[in-house]
Design a protein around this ligand. Structure first.
Ligand SMILES: [Mn+2]
Length: 264
């Protein structure tokens, strides 16, 4: 039965939500089932409560849009994002280093706004900068050089000629080299906080990134720096309402206040 198109009248105070780093497709079958099951429940709940949902990068561990028809990856999550859009929530997808190549196909499937660059937005009178955050902090030069190559048109054209299953295997191999460890999370936090603060100084009230796999909301004189935290392990979610940012965790089918994390 075709689903009707609904237009919801979003209340002006309906919150904005940020989710990042689910890395769908990266883990064992058991973990993937729980992770995507929880995500489907959250997205269903946000249909009724959110005004905007920002997917702040690396929702998919691998996403590539081939110039020919392929099976839709993660079909239940894609259907759920489409339902979220249909319910009247504005869905913004910002590519991370693992799903940077998301573009027209994802936009067509979900009716989300798909962006490969940082986005600026205004919510509750705050001027926001939102990005995945990879390669942005100073000192990430090696990765920046690699990023320039893998995001170049010739590299993308070459990759699109590799059969999808082999391409996915290559991507899994490449990303195993950048596995998340506590040491890497720790090492990535300080430069990311520095980047957030610099961004705020350039004229934003809040700057939001993912990528670090650690949830932090820091209030400085310049504004608020937010690292969303990951969905993959911590089920982290950030809510922005009229009162400001709230770090949340999805547990037992509900969004709850996250335990306060100590900023470094
Ligand atoms: Mn990332």
């Amino acid at each position: 039965m075709p689903e009707p198109t609904l237009t919801k009248s979003v209340t002006p105070d309906a919150p904005v939500y940020f989710i990042a780093d689910a890395h769908l497709g990266a883990e064992s079958e058991a973990r993937e089932t729980r992770k995507s099951g929880d995500l489907l429940e959250l997205l269903r709940m946000l249909q009724d409560s959110a005004s905007h949902v920002y997917l702040v990068g690396d929702i998919f561990h691998f996403w590539f849009e081939y110039p020919y028809a392929t099976a839709i990856p993660h079909p239940r999550v894609i259907a759920s994002l489409a339902a979220l859009s249909r319910s009247g929530v504005q869905v913004h997808f910002i590519g991370g280093n693992h799903d940077y190549w998301a573009g027209r196909k994802l936009a067509a499937l979900t009716a989300a706004t798909v962006s490969r660059r940082p986005v600026q937005a205004d919510h509750f009178g705050r001027r926001l900068f939102v990005a995945h955050g990879d390669g942005l902090p100073q000192g990430d030069w090696g990765y920046r050089a690699l990023k320039a190559v893998i995001r170049s048109a010739p590299a993308i054209a070459a990759f699109s000629l590799i059969p999808p299953r082999m391409g996915a295997a290559i991507a899994r191999w490449a990303s195993a080299l950048s596995e998340v460890t506590p040491e890497r999370v720790e090492a990535a936090t300080t430069p990311m906080l520095g980047f957030l603060r610099d961004t705020l100084r350039s004229g934003f009230d809040a700057a939001v990134v993912g990528h670090v796999h650690r949830q932090l909301v820091v209030d400085w004189e310049e504004g608020t720096g937010v690292i969303v935290g990951d969905w993959m392990s911590a089920r982290s979610v950030i809510e922005l309402g009229p009162e400001g940012f709230r770090p949340l965790t999805w547990s037992d089918g509900e969004l709850r206040d996250a335990r306060p994390a100590d900023p470094t």
